[in-house]
Ligand binder design. Structure first.
Ligand SMILES: *[C@@H]1O[C@H](CO)[C@@H](O)[C@H](O)[C@H]1NC(C)=O
Ligand SMILES: *[C@@H]1O[C@H](CO)[C@@H](O)[C@H](O)[C@H]1NC(C)=O
Ligand SMILES: *[C@@H]1O[C@H](CO)[C@@H](O)[C@H](O)[C@H]1NC(C)=O
Ligand SMILES: *[C@@H]1O[C@H](CO)[C@@H](O)[C@H](O)[C@H]1NC(C)=O
Ligand SMILES: *[C@@H]1O[C@H](CO)[C@@H](O)[C@H](O)[C@H]1NC(C)=O
Ligand SMILES: [Fe+2]
Length: 476
């Protein structure tokens, strides 16, 4: 009876806390008959995420029935002499079939930097193949390297093969997937989500796969996202941060601002957390100088469609309509965020450093000690929705743009040097590359503000960057 009541509640409450199963439970198939086992005990969709420090990695996988145990066997040799036990939560899809998925999570906490580990996951009801990963350590040429992209679907996932090949060859240390998966994870009772997680396994079982949520994960209060991923120090994976080498990386949800039908309080909760996190990061800036944010929907863009980033009063930039509550541009400027990574637009676009529509474009080296954050939109990994066309005449903040499918690569070398490039999915062309060089990190100084005034161009409210745009009174 209690179980029925629980299920009833589950169907209607898609809040983000996981429904953990009691470790002392008796699964439906378990009885005195040793010949009875689960229907589908085979683990699949194995993926790693960074646990927040180099010795820690979170392993997540899925089974379609309750296997009771959630175990990772691992070690430096194929004997896999160590093991950790994890836990299991039940995820019931919001679709017609109410498909039940068992999500297993375990944390390995004694990883040595630079050491290669073998591992497999599961239980005596089924084990995965053996995968390998390497304890994170700085590269010989400095720091860590990331693959960075958003907007990768199942259909036409143009960058997939290349990402898989490069991940397995350890060309990068970590993935940052900036929202929009599968198109969509909930489609066909969640089968699209399963297919997506299977197709990234050849990446994510080898290197940590870090994520933020996008609009395509909106269904059932973003529950596919919250249940399938496991970001560090966060039960829900919507907002969290971690340090890796000289970088403090902050992931958050842009979508809370747009899907307010799931509750306004999430915007405030996240905002309070962001403030707390930035304050903490600021205190530690001597050790971890770079602050990099990532979320799905950008503040600035130059794509053709009328997205939020096209508006003068962009919600992401300025906050909620009229009140300007929870606007992120001022917050990130104040705390001297160095780089803001976005996606959603199915294209790649590098902006000049900018703040409050003042574009720092009046010097030969805008990315050397920029007085304002640098924004990049990288949402062209590949999906069935096609690339988004750009406006013919780019607005002033647009420094470079490309509609070729591909993904970005970023290497944070040390306290002063960050490298960023865009790679084409087809062929090996590097489409764009730039260095951000900073001799100082922290809140903008008076000098920075003066620099921005002197070498920046203020783009006014009614600015019309080309008459072909049929300029709207608010400047678009
Ligand atoms: C969605 O999830 C959030 C976070 O768990 C929760 O606060 C909110 O009430 C949920 N919304 C609905 C409509 O269930
Ligand atoms: C389940 O495991 C995850 C990952 O190890 C951990 O963060 C979480 O606190 C655990 N939850 C419970 C209820 O044991
Ligand atoms: C941003 O620009 C607007 C319009 O010019 C101005 O009113 C506002 O004070 C500026 N905000 C900041 C924080 O500089
Ligand atoms: C910077 O942008 C403004 C506004 O588009 C433009 O008028 C100016 O020529 C640009 N400066 C340089 C050096 O390109
Ligand atoms: C930081 O990395 C850059 C790029 O590799 C290099 O030129 C520079 O010398 C490095 N700085 C230090 C202090 O190691
Ligand atoms: Fe999107």
């Amino acid at each position: 009876m209690a179980a029925h009541l629980l299920l009833f509640v589950l169907f209607f409450d898609f809040s983000h806390s996981h429904t953990f199963l009691n470790p002392n439970r008796t699964p439906h198939w378990k009885n005195d008959d040793p010949n009875q086992g689960p229907f589908f005990g085979q683990p699949e969709q194995v993926h790693l995420s960074y646990g927040g420090s180099p010795n820690k990695i979170i392993v997540t996988w899925l089974t379609f029935d309750d296997t009771l145990d959630s175990i990772v066997e691992y070690g430096e040799t194929e004997q896999l002499l160590s093991n950790v036990k994890g836990n299991c939560s039940l995820f019931i899809d919001g679709g017609e079939l109410k498909t039940r998925r068992y999500i297993h999570r375990a944390v390995i906490e004694d990883i040595k930097p630079g050491t290669k580990y073998y591992y497999h996951v599961g239980s005596e009801c089924g084990w995965s193949s053996v995968f390998t990963f390497k304890g994170l350590e700085p590269r010989p040429d400095g720091g860590y390297r990331f693959a960075v992209y958003g907007d990768m679907g199942n259909i036409n996932a143009r960058s997939l093969g290349k990402l898989q090949r490069l991940a397995q060859k350890r060309d990068f240390d970590m993935v940052l997937h900036v929202g929009d998966f599968a198109y969509d994870m909930d489609t066909k009772n969640g089968k699209f989500g399963d297919e997506f997680m299977r197709q990234i396994e050849p990446i994510a079982a080898y290197v940590p796969y870090m994520t933020v949520v996008g609009n395509h994960e909106e269904a059932y209060n973003f529950s596919h996202y919250a249940n399938r991923f496991s970001m560090p120090d966060s039960e829900h994976s919507f907002f969290y941060s971690f340090d890796i080498g000289p970088a403090h990386i902050v992931g958050f949800s842009s979508e809370f601002y747009f899907y307010t039908k799931y509750g306004w309080e999430q915007i405030a909760n996240q905002w309070n957390w962001l403030l707390k996190d930035l304050k903490k990061a600021e205190k530690n800036r001597k050790n971890v100088p770079w602050i990099i944010t990532m979320a799905h929907k950008p503040m600035y863009c130059s794509d053709f469609y009328g997205d939020d980033c096209k508006l003068y009063e962009s919600v992401m930039r300025r906050g909620l309509p009229l009140t300007h509550a929870y606007g992120l541009e001022n917050l990130f400027f104040k705390y001297g965020v160095d780089l803001e990574i976005w996606a959603h637009e199915h294209s790649y676009e590098r902006m000049f450093p900018l703040f409050n529509r003042t574009v720092y474009n009046g010097t030969d080296s805008p990315y050397v000690n920029p007085p304002a954050p640098v924004h990049v939109v990288t949402g062209s990994a590949g999906c069935q929705e096609e690339v988004v066309p750009f406006e013919k005449h780019p607005p002033p903040w647009s420094a470079f743009r490309s509609s070729l499918y591909g993904f970005s690569r970023m290497q944070v070398f040390n306290a002063t040097h960050l490298y960023f490039e865009q790679v084409a999915a087809a062929g090996d062309d590097v489409i764009d590359s730039f260095w951000v060089v900073k001799n100082r990190h922290g809140r903008p100084t008076q000098n920075d503000k003066k620099k921005l005034e002197t070498f920046g161009s203020r783009i006014p409210f009614n600015y019309c960057h080309h008459e072909s745009h049929n300029c709207h009174p608010n400047g678009l």
